[in-house]
Write a protein that binds this ligand. Structure first.
Ligand SMILES: NC(=O)c1ccc[n+]([C@@H]2O[C@H](COP(=O)([O-])OP(=O)(O)OC[C@H]3O[C@@H](n4cnc5c(N)ncnc54)[C@H](O)[C@@H]3O)[C@@H](O)[C@H]2O)c1
Length: 413
């Protein structure tokens, strides 16, 4: 049990940082004390949000180095865009190396990096200064997932045998900022952006609670990517209109649908399956997370839009569009689900609690950058499989140097 408090600084002040802040009221023993973002007024806004939420006396900082140098900051949450990850980690590690300051830990959002080479570099940097690192994957902390998994294994699997099939999907109508849509910045399309969640989730569900992650080895991968919606001429124009001229899906598209089948080998030598789909071409009420876990005499299923709370607005209610009912909301009329306390439902609260305690107690978190690297390897193998049009033994040859065509701006769907 921690006897001190962890002072936390955020890098990035966008959508994801604000989600963490919303959930922080449920996190003990830690205060959000700083924010750095290249746009000083955005950093100031995010710091003000933290203060308003009562989760710490946060202030904006002029640089990452300043955050590291402040003895009040014990840990960083890395929530910048994917293409800035490596440079962010380089600056942090450089500040530590020059003894500007010390950190108890660093937590990094998904995906750890855009390809295997970058991920290895990031991991090497953290190791070079002995930094305790954590990989932020909120979905494996979602209460529906953790409770469902633990009861399925305790009741069903213990009496009738281990689960053999896990399914996961994350679907919405498309990301909120231009850089996500640009393969050359983000590292890919929806496979890179959202399959990182689903790939880790199926693995988590299929792993016996308490057992090491290495007891389930990915051995074969089949990936598929497609552009179902956003290369249609009318949507190319809409996307450009919303995201700016640099997001041109007639010239440089990224996939808006991806599926992957991961065949795992268990410690006993059995094959079990993880099947996942992700899309930016799903138009429903809003973000839909779903998962299933199936075994010989049992099953579990979760759908985040089956929220239990529904609101109805008649056609006379023609209000402004917003995201007050659910993330990536698509409508404000008719029968709409409302996800109460999204930060808790999606796993942010339990996730941040876990990483705070790990850093305060100098313990290795449940998910580290080694796990982040392993996820990147699975994603890159899925892209490789999709490009070659065949299943691949995992890890395939050439994985370390592989950069998907989407990430090179060369993909032709
Ligand atoms: N866990 C989840 O479900 C989830 C959800 C959304 C985003 N994410 C991840 O979180 C990260 C941030 O995504 P977001 O949705 O907040 O994006 P965003 O575009 O909303 O915010 C990004 C923030 O980073 C800042 N930034 C710009 N350049 C930077 C630089 N050089 N260094 C550091 N920060 C910089 C921007 O000013 C902005 O404040 C991404 O890696 C994304 O994949 C995770």
């Amino acid at each position: 049990m921690a006897t001190e408090r962890l002072g936390v600084g955020f890098i990035g002040s966008g959508f994801n940082t604000k989600f963490h802040m919303q959930g922080w009221a449920g996190v003990r023993d830690a205060d959000i004390l700083g924010v750095w973002s290249p746009n000083a007024s955005h950093a100031a806004d995010a710091a003000a949000l933290a203060r308003r939420l009562g989760v710490g006396e946060a202030k904006p900082y002029a640089s990452i180095t300043d955050l590291v140098a402040d003895p009040a900051i014990d840990a960083l949450w890395l929530c910048g865009p994917n293409h800035t990850r490596l440079a962010n980690v380089e600056e942090i590690v450089d500040a530590i190396r020059r003894r500007t300051g010390k950190l108890k830990g660093i937590a990094c959002e998904k995906p750890l990096a855009r390809n295997v080479r970058e991920a290895r570099q990031i991991l090497r940097l953290a190791r070079s200064v002995g930094l305790n690192h954590g990989y932020l994957e909120n979905q494996v902390f979602a209460p529906a997932v953790t409770q469902g998994r633990s009861i399925i294994w305790a009741r069903g699997a213990s009496l009738t045998g281990r689960p053999y099939l896990a399914r996961a999907a994350e679907e919405h109508s498309g990301p909120h900022m231009p850089w996500f849509w640009q393969g050359t910045l983000q590292g890919g399309g929806v496979l890179n952006d959202m399959m990182c969640h689903s790939a880790e989730l199926v693995r988590f569900l299929l792993t016996k609670p308490g057992a090491r992650r290495s007891t389930l080895k990915p051995v074969r991968i089949t990936g598929h990517i497609a552009s179902l919606k956003w290369t249609r001429p009318e949507y190319v124009e809409r996307l450009k209109g919303r995201m700016g001229a640099d997001v041109d899906y007639a010239a440089r598209p990224a996939e808006d649908f991806a599926s992957v089948m991961i065949e795992f080998e268990t410690a006993e030598g059995h094959r079990v399956l993880g099947e996942a789909t992700t899309s930016w071409s799903y138009v429903g009420a809003g973000l839909r997370l779903s998962a299933e876990l199936l075994g010989p005499e049992y099953s579990m299923s979760w759908n985040s839009l089956d929220s239990g709370l529904k609101l109805f607005f008649s056609r006379e209610v023609k209000g402004e569009s917003g995201e007050d009912l659910v993330e990536k909301q698509n409508a404000e009329m008719g029968l709409m689900p409302l996800v109460t306390d999204e930060a808790a439902a999606y796993g942010y609260v339990a996730e941040d609690r876990h990483f705070v305690q790990a850093f305060l107690n100098d313990e290795k978190p449940m998910l580290t950058w080694e796990d982040g690297l392993e996820v990147v390897k699975i994603l890159m193998a899925a892209y490789m499989s999709a490009e070659l049009g065949k299943s691949l033994e995992f890890p395939p040859d050439g994985l370390d140097g592989f950069v998907p065509a989407v990430a090179r701006g060369k993909w032709k769907p």
